[in-house]
Design a protein around this ligand. Structure first.
Ligand code: NAD
Length: 492
């Protein structure tokens, strides 16, 4: 089944018949082979989605009717949460409790957008007061059309849910291209769609590589919208491909997010949140707070406790009890991260903790929690997203310097600030140029709140009502209600 694509409600082999090895990053073993979809498969899937949108029942259903499907999907995810979580660990490497959390969040996302679909029945139309009272006008929100959704490997099912749930709630139809590294839970979503009798063509899943399956999706003329999550270089390509037909585009891209810790912070709380901000999911988190700025008076104390605690994190197979740091997702990412640490060493950066493969691991893409210090602000590790358990730590002297250093980045996805002084937290939160700012914490994410980046971290917002708006067009309907003639050409 994993080597098939889900198109128009049916499972079919890729037309060219290719497969992609799916690897368990903890053991480096091939788990199974996934279908290598290509442009012919994408074309077939997009046409199925187009027909389902243009002449199928889906966009014409009421929000409440669509909500029933969304809740059924949430129910099925919930029913198999343990199996899905284990599959996520086997394919992505993350510790099991994190995977369980992701699966619960994915189910929560479908339930949440079911609620917003129901609300659409009452709020899809908004009367507009116009100055000329002979007219009445209203704004009507309608489904945007066929969505091409492309997702990354760091939260395989959750990133899919963030796109599929609001798109379905809005009444769109979808072609989903999950990451070739982690396609398994997305394929399970296809099975769930089949089980709940989602109308054919509403959700299509084409696995395959970026160039072979992703690119044709971004270029397909029958796709109305591209919803992409991934790296900045790929986001740029997606935007350029979409520009050809002026497609609607939303991009959730990378980051190099700062965490500003003021001297009045509790040192133990600061260390715990710094660690959660960078070691959770092996640091493979778009919003990871990978640049930590610590006010000078507590710099040494925080660094000491951080290096001590980082060295204690239990590394292992995500399925093993007590594991808090699993392997990196793939050999390619593993080598990229080790390369970045090596480059830091050559640039004269101090490796204060970790910095390599943990002792005793003969297989699997494991990297120690790594703390770097003494880097310049133009060094590679300070400026570029490493996407691994690697944190850069730097001292600062005052609030103004902290804000300047924090904002000195081409990214602007997230930021965090910690202080006992609430007014200062609020002030700094406003000054930080980022789409998400955490106060006295880092990373907790809520389905109800907007998610997305400033600057090169992206365009648009996912989650909350902003996530639904991504998949809706706004139509103006204006009516001339007066009995009198218009009287421009034909005078009474
Ligand atoms: P990636 O850009 O390599 O790949 C993302 C997806 O794009 C994959 O499905 C891939 O197959 C596809 N792709 C690759 N080339 C393509 C092309 N030319 N045309 C169309 N599709 C193509 O990213 P990744 O390594 O999978 O994920 C890591 C990146 O994602 C990091 O930069 C991270 O910050 C970012 N990310 C951002 C968010 C967010 O919400 N902002 C969330 C998760 C991950």
């Amino acid at each position: 089944m994993q080597d098939k694509l889900f198109i128009d409600g049916k499972w079919e082999k890729p037309r060219k018949g290719g497969t992609i090895d799916v690897i368990n990053p903890a053991t480096e073993e091939v788990i199974c082979k996934a279908g290598a979809g290509t442009s012919n498969d994408v074309d077939h899937a997009v046409k199925a989605a187009r027909i389902a949108f243009d002449s199928g029942p889906w966009p014409k259903l009421t929000g409440a009717e669509r909500a029933r499907y969304l809740r059924a999907i949430a129910g099925k995810i919930d029913e198999r949460r343990h199996a899905l979580a284990r599959l996520e660990v086997t394919n992505n490497g993350k510790p099991l409790p994190e995977a369980v959390w992701d699966i619960d969040d994915a189910a929560g996302c479908f339930n949440y957008y079911a609620g917003l679909a129901e609300e659409l029945d009452n709020n899809a139309e908004e009367p507009i007061a116009v100055a000329d009272t002979r007219f009445s006008s209203k704004a009507v929100r309608e489904p945007l059309g066929v969505v091409g959704a492309i997702t990354p490997w760091n939260y395989p099912l959750l990133m899919v849910a963030w796109k599929v749930a609001p798109a379905l709630a809005a009444g769109c139809t979808i072609v989903l291209k999950p990451s070739e590294l982690t396609p398994l839970t997305a394929l399970e979503l296809g099975r769930i769609a089949e089980e709940i009798d989602l109308p054919p063509g509403v959700l299509n899943i084409v696995t395959g590589t970026g160039p072979d399956a992703g690119e044709p999706l971004t270029e397909h003329p029958l796709v109305d919208k591209l919803a992409f999550t991934g790296s900045v270089p790929t986001g740029r390509k997606v935007m350029m491909a979409g520009a050809q037909d002026i497609k609607n585009i939303s991009l959730e891209l990378g980051g190099k997010s700062p965490f500003v810790v003021f001297a009045d912070s509790d040192i133990e709380k600061a260390v715990e949140w710094i660690m959660f901000g960078i070691f959770w999911n092996q640091g493979q988190v778009c919003s990871a707070t990978s640049r930590v700025l610590i006010e000078e008076p507590i710099y040494d104390a925080v660094l000491k406790r951080l290096t001590e605690e980082a060295a204690k994190i239990k590394i292992g197979n995500g399925l093993d009890e007590g594991t808090l740091l699993g392997p990196i997702v793939s050999k390619g990412q593993y080598e990229k991260i080790l390369g970045a640490i090596e480059r830091a060493r050559q640039d004269g950066v101090t490796v204060a903790a970790g910095g390599g493969r943990p002792a005793g691991f003969n297989s699997g893409y494991f990297i120690e929690p790594t703390v770097l210090t003494d880097m310049t602000t133009d060094s590679f590790v300070w400026r570029e997203e490493i996407f691994g358990p690697v944190v850069c730590v730097k001292p600062f002297n005052d609030e103004e310097e902290a804000i300047r250093l924090a904002n000195d980045s081409r990214f602007g996805l997230a930021a965090a600030v910690m202080s006992e002084d609430r007014a200062r937290c609020e002030r700094v939160a406003r000054a930080l140029r980022a789409g998400i700012v955490w106060i006295n914490c880092s990373q907790p994410t809520f389905i109800e709140a907007p998610w997305g980046g400033y600057k090169q971290s992206g365009i648009g917002r996912e989650l909350g009502r902003w996530g639904l708006a991504n998949y809706l067009e706004v139509k103006q309907i204006t009516s001339f209600d007066a009995d009198e003639p218009w009287g421009w050409y034909i005078k009474g």
